[in-house]
Design a protein. Structure first.
Length: 239
């Protein structure tokens, strides 16, 4: 038996994803969604990030904190394969792993100091709000891009190329919330819904689903022909 290894988070991410359901299954699929990494002392220093501003993208190594206590199994059912086919955990990106560690490349939009805090503004992150960050590394195009790399089970990004229809209530709510939150919410919600948050085994076009983003409850339906945004309510009104 090997000796356990303990890691200390270097920071935390503040993102628009309030709950696990609906988070894109891979990074980079919602580029309009921004997030902020807050570094903890003693890592919150300009010296620790010196030179990182030269990187357009960075790797985030993080802890699947929301699922860490649920343990792992050698076989998993990836949603991409419909939730029916079993794969070995090491052939998947399941969060239920022997060591619940994740790895995501994100776009680095800026580094700033706010009092004694060091903040990194990023885009395209697929991390739940409050996720502990274990490490940050610069993305190196000459080394990290492997043009000939293949994985037959996931050869390309799959998103829904469907028209999106907004109810009158949803359109009015998103116009108001976009102004209040100073966010491009229409673009963000459309990017998120095109990732198809539905469980792979549920494809009932009449079923209503909900995702939480920026503390907004977004109710929607997806059919083979279109995506319908039914309603949007602020978190304060949720039951």
């Amino acid at each position: 038996m090997s000796t356990p290894i303990n890691f200390e988070p270097i920071g935390v991410i503040h993102s628009a994803f309030d709950e696990k359901f609906g988070i894109p299954r891979q990074p980079g699929l919602t580029p309009s969604l921004s997030a902020t990494i807050e570094l903890y002392p003693p890592f919150a220093s300009l010296e620790a990030v010196r030179g990182l501003e030269q990187a357009s993208h960075i790797w985030l190594i993080f802890l699947f904190s929301a699922t860490a206590e649920q343990g792992w199994k050698p076989l998993v059912r990836p949603p991409r394969l419909g939730g029916n086919k079993r794969l070995g955990v090491f052939a998947s990106r399941s969060p239920f792993r022997p060591n619940p560690i994740g790895l995501s490349p994100v776009q680095l939009n800026g580094i700033r100091q706010d009092g004694d805090r060091i903040l990194l503004d990023v885009a395209g992150a697929d991390l739940l709000d409050g996720t502990p960050i274990l490490d940050i590394k610069p993305y190196l195009p000459y080394a990290d891009i492997i043009p000939e790399a293949q994985f037959a089970l996931a050869e390309k990004i799959e998103t829904l190329d469907l028209p999106i229809h907004w109810s009158e209530q949803a359109q009015q709510a998103i116009n108001e919330q976009s102004r209040l939150k100073q966010q491009p919410l229409t673009t963000q919600i459309e990017e998120l819904l095109r990732c198809d948050p539905r469980p792979a085994y549920q494809r009932d076009p009449e079923r209503e689903y909900g995702v939480s983003l920026h503390q907004l409850n977004i109710r929607f339906r997806i059919s083979d022909e279109s995506i319908h945004v039914l309603s949007i309510t602020a978190a304060a009104t949720l039951l």
